[in-house]
Design a protein around this ligand. Structure first.
Ligand code: PLP
Length: 493
């Protein structure tokens, strides 16, 4: 494909993509292909000769689209959104056009510098404490990772190293290495029963224990300082060393917010001699972007006492997958744990100490130019447009919950609406007499019917012992100028 052919192919592909978005609502939201459908449609060997773009493009519509579940459809109400917007798609296009591994500043200074700038813009827009800014008093800063799981695994490794370094202070060389190896076997990472499995996976990767702390309906399924204290003390009594906690702002099941005030209080209590500080990471993968609206910014009050924070722009802030923003209070914690040095990496800019080499803030070596799409999104919508986008969803969630309440003979809200998410179950005719198993069976039957019908797609969960359904609304900005206008001008004036 030469540049002329590329231009024609790109225009035709964009036309196809625009048509896909314009007709998305008419498509069945969940694909109904059978497992293995694609192998039957494609040859069993790669083509010997190159093929025409028109043939390849035709196969996208005929063979790939039927196997897609339409995440951007307004009928897709499951899990959390996977955001999409045209400015972000353009960002991806440029990013891939300028492709490079960008592990060092010198690999492409713009890749590093734009990332630092947009991460500072976002930190300000989310009202994160100054310590998370690259220019802040504690030498913190932000970095863009692919996913929240990657961000959590990275900070857990940094926390493990920080804990072990501090625990073996004064030792050097092999003596320190041996002491660290011995302590490593005692480390425990913590999360609540509602913490996303990303923390458990991070603990598995880092080779440390993981313990969950129960959450209860009476506390709104939030982790409280009281339960945290009980768990930490029990672990200490067994000779184990809790070193890391994931606290969540917007849990996956119900969007609850852990009780940051009481967690802070408990973690400021003196630990028995020999036990180090517990690193607190705030996982705000979905709900964190709501901090762009001042009405949520009180939630950042305790963040300066914690160590790191992540939120995924690719979930709810109009930025196509992947884009998980991670901030740390002190970037040295990441660099000390993850810095590598190879002869091929040496360059005068790194040696000068004046530049950021983001490879030391992450697990992979090379990195994508993700900040470009973030820059395009922020500039295209402005902070006001982003606020309107979040409020639109929150409004739709509230509307849904109101509608549920008008049929309180049928439905019972379990939690919410919180950050647009409502979790609900079926009531049964005589809700006083119905057992939890019968109620679960009833909700499950209703769920199976909705899924088989295929008009909308919901996801399910288990809250306490109740099988429940999650409704998380979507509002696409990729369809029609009217929607765009509604967002730019939410009051409709
Ligand atoms: N944390 C929370 C609270 C989530 O809800 C999710 C996914 O929904 C994740 C982490 C994992 O996100 P990712 O796919 O970016 O790793």
């Amino acid at each position: 494909m030469d540049s002329k052919e590329f231009r024609e192919a790109a225009i035709s592909s964009i036309d196809q993509i625009v048509k896909y978005y314009d007709t998305i609502e008419e498509r069945k939201v969940v694909s109904d292909v059978e497992p293995g459908y694609l192998r039957k449609l494609l040859p069993d060997h790669a083509p010997e000769d190159g093929e025409a773009w028109s043939d390849i493009q035709k196969d996208v519509e005929d063979k790939i689209v039927p196997g897609l579940t339409h995440w951007q459809s307004p009928n897709f109400l499951a899990w959390f959104p996977s955001s999409s917007s045209f400015p972000a798609m353009l960002g991806e296009m440029y990013s891939t056009a300028f492709t490079g591994a960008a592990f060092n500043w010198i690999c492409s200074p713009a890749v590093t510098e734009l990332e630092t700038i947009v991460m500072d813009w976002l930190a300000k827009a989310f009202a994160l404490p100054d310590c998370y800014m690259s220019t802040g008093p504690t030498h913190g800063g932000g970095v863009i990772h692919g996913t929240a799981s990657e961000a959590i695994a990275t900070v857990l490794v940094a926390a493990r190293d920080k804990y072990l370094r501090e625990a073996t202070k004064g030792l050097t060389g092999e003596e320190q290495e041996d002491a660290m190896a011995e302590r490593r076997g005692k480390l425990v990472a913590l999360g609540s029963a509602a913490t996303h499995s990303a923390t458990k996976k991070a603990a598995m990767i880092a080779g440390v224990r993981f313990r969950t702390i129960s959450v209860h309906a009476k506390d709104g399924y939030r982790l409280t300082g009281e339960s945290l204290r009980a768990t930490i003390q029990a672990l200490w009594a067994k000779g184990l060393e809790p070193f890391f906690l994931t606290a969540t702002l917007g849990t996956t099941d119900t969007c609850s917010i852990d009780d940051f005030d009481s967690i802070t209080e408990v973690l400021s209590e003196p630990a028995p001699a020999g036990h180090g500080e517990i690193w607190v990471h705030v996982d705000a993968a979905y709900a964190g972007v709501a901090l762009v609206c001042p009405e949520y910014q009180h939630l950042t009050k305790q963040l300066s006492k914690f160590h790191s924070f992540n939120t995924n722009l690719h979930k709810w802030l109009l930025t196509n997958f992947d884009c998980s923003c991670l901030w740390v209070r002190d970037r040295a914690w990441l660099i000390e744990a993850l810095s590598v040095n190879l002869a091929i990496l040496q360059n005068s800019y790194t040696s000068s100490g004046l530049v950021t080499d983001y490879r030391d803030w992450q697990i992979p070596f090379g990195r994508r130019f993700r900040s470009l799409k973030v820059w395009f999104v922020i500039r295209s919508y402005g902070i006001k447009g982003l606020q309107a986008h979040i409020r639109k969803h929150v409004g739709l969630g509230e509307k849904f919950a109101e509608l549920m309440k008008t049929r309180s003979d049928l439905f019972e809200i379990v939690t919410g609406p919180r950050f647009a998410l409502t979790v609900f179950k079926l009531k049964g005719h005589d809700s006083a007499a119905i057992t939890i198993d019968e109620q679960n069976a009833l909700t499950k039957k209703y769920y199976d019917t909705v899924i088989a019908d295929g008009k909308i797609f919901l996801s399910s969960t288990v809250v306490g012992s109740a099988f429940a359904l999650r409704h998380c609304p979507r509002h696409s900005l990729c369809r029609g100028g009217a929607r765009q206008e509604a967002l730019r001008n939410p009051g409709g004036k």
